[in-house]
Structure formats: C-alpha cells, structure tokens
Design a protein around this ligand. Structure first.
Ligand SMILES: C[S@@+](CC[C@H](N)C(=O)[O-])C[C@H]1O[C@@H](n2cnc3c(N)ncnc32)[C@H](O)[C@@H]1O
Length: 284
C-alpha cells in the first residue's frame, strides 16, 4: 500500500521535528521501505495503519521513537574515506601529543557514530601507530540518536561483510576475536571507546572539551539552519587548538563562516578561526 500525501507529511514532520532529518517529497519510497518492516514488527496490518494509529495517539511514544530511528541512515564502514585517518596519524595526533605532553590526555568525538566503525577505526589507528599512548588517557566518545546502532557499537561485534568493508586484514587479526556471529573487538579497543545516546538537535550533556571532532555524513540530512547550530555547538566543545572533520560532501562554507580550512593531503581539517569567540553549546 502506498502512503497518502497526508501520511507522508505526518512522517516527514515527525522526522524533522525530532531529529532534524529532512524528507522532501520524492522520498516516499524511502519512508515506505524503512517503515513497512517496522509496521509488521509492531503488529500492524499495514504501514498506513501504523501511521493512522500514531496520528491518533497523543504525545511521543515508543512507536514514534522507533519510526524516527528507522528513518536514520546508519551507513558507515571502517576507515571511511581514509584521508581523515591519515591526517590524524601524520599531523594531528603528533601535534596533540606534543601539546599535551604534561596532561597526557586526548579526547576525540565521533559525532553521529552510527554502529561504531569510525570510533573503533580511530582506536585501532592510535594503538597501531602510537603505542606510547598506552600510558595516556585516551577517550573516543561516539554519540548517536539511534538506539539500535548504539547497541551494536557497544557490543563491538561485526559480521564478515562488515569487516570486509575497509578493515585491513592485519588489523582484523590483531584487534578482533572470532565469535559465532562474526568478529568482536578486543576489550582494550572497547576500553578506549564509549558510546552514548545523544540527539544533535537537543541538549549536549556532559561532553568534555575535544581535541578532534568527526562530524561526518550527518549534516547532509539537515537543513542549513540546523547545520549552522550544530557547527556553532561544535565550536563550543572543541578546544581552541582542536580540529574538526566533516564528510567528503559536507562543508562549513556558506553555513558557518567561523572556520578556516587547512588542507592536509586530500583531507580538509577545519579549525576555529582565531578571531572567533567560542560558540555556545545548543540549549536544551
Ligand atoms: C550515515 S551515518 C554516518 C556515520 C559515520 N559518521 C560515518 O561517517 O560513517 C549518519 C548517522 O547520523 C545519525 N543521526 C541522524 N540524525 C541525528 C540526530 N539528530 N542526532 C544524532 N544522530 C543523528 C544516524 O542515526 C546515523 O547513525
């Protein structure tokens, strides 16, 4: 059954208000393919019946939450785009290690971490290339809106197809153990990471000041005003001498002009303009 225009409007308004995800006309197919399995799982005869039931229920219940989460795109892979990892290895981490030699602490944020591959890729790169960091306090915090993605990130178990995407074989052998469902990251990798539920358009609680922020492949889902607010929020949690990475198709240009771009190889490192006063974290 296809969605009626009013049912599609209802879903797109919900996605926009709860997660800032923009679903323009033409995305009906995406909505149907994501939500039909959910409707069956929740015991409805059809997707339309689920939406009708949601519209007649007051408030924001479990089904509403599951619908919003099902509309998120969780596509990710190990060492995605590679260039940011090279820039971290060759430039940023050595710089931070020199600057923080007394504190011996590095904080990295994998914003919109999805199922965790980005955060674990950083952990493996650090162990592999900077063994001396074993004696440092290194924390990679992954945050996402989607509970299912976070659950998977926390478990750190990936199937064969997932480890085939981007993960070099020597790292698989070294940092994972074989389990029934595939491959599980070893405890020392899990100890370097922490995954939390956080909606980027709501309050950002208890985040430390970060040395590096990766906010990749998520701003594309948002309108310009939301992107601007999130970039301002990042200025509030990024150390003045810190660095940010966006996805390959994302930019601060014409969105938030308070950044400068440094090119390193083929990656763009975003830094807060020295003249800019720190941004404020988004209000709750
Ligand atoms: C395409 S994945 C990107 C994963 C990873 N950053 C990468 O580049 O491979 C986008 C992620 O953004 C999350 N997301 C979407 N809207 C969000 C919001 N409002 N707050 C937090 N996370 C959100 C989704 O749940 C999804 O896991």
């Amino acid at each position: 059954m296809s969605l009626s225009p009013s049912q599609f409007d209802y879903v797109s308004t919900l996605a926009k208000s709860r997660a800032a995800i923009v679903l323009q006309t033409g995305k009906e197919y995406l909505v149907e393919s994501r939500l039909s399995p959910l409707a069956r799982e929740k015991g409805f005869d059809s997707l339309g019946a689920m939406i009708d039931s949601m519209t007649s229920t007051r408030g924001y219940g479990d089904i509403h939450k599951s619908v919003v989460e099902a509309l998120t795109t969780n596509e990710t892979l190990f060492f995605r785009d590679l260039h940011p990892f090279e820039a971290m290895e060759k430039k940023l981490i050595p710089e931070i290690m020199a600057r923080r030699a007394t504190e011996r602490r590095i904080d990295i944020w994998s914003g919109a971490s999805s199922t965790g591959q980005e955060a674990y890729s950083i952990a493996m790169m650090l162990r592999e290339k900077f063994p001396e960091l074993r004696n440092w306090k290194v924390k990679i915090i992954g945050t996402d809106l989607c509970s299912k993605a976070l659950e998977k990130a926390n478990r750190g178990v990936y199937n064969q197809m997932e480890v085939n995407r981007g993960l070099p074989m020597p790292l698989l052998v070294k940092y994972f153990s074989k389990v029934d469902e595939g491959w599980e990251l070893k405890p020392e990798m899990k100890q370097m990471t922490e995954f939390r539920k956080m909606n980027l358009i709501e309050h950002w609680p208890n985040l430390p000041k970060f040395d590096i922020v990766l906010m990749r492949n998520v701003l594309i889902y948002f309108d310009i005003e939301t992107r601007r607010k999130i970039l301002a929020g990042i200025r509030g949690v990024l150390n003045r001498d810190g660095a940010m990475f966006l996805g390959a198709s994302e930019t601060t240009f014409n969105v938030d002009e308070n950044w400068i771009v440094e090119n390193h190889g083929r990656s763009h490192i975003y830094r807060i303009k020295p003249s800019v006063t720190p941004g404020r974290v988004l209000p709750s």
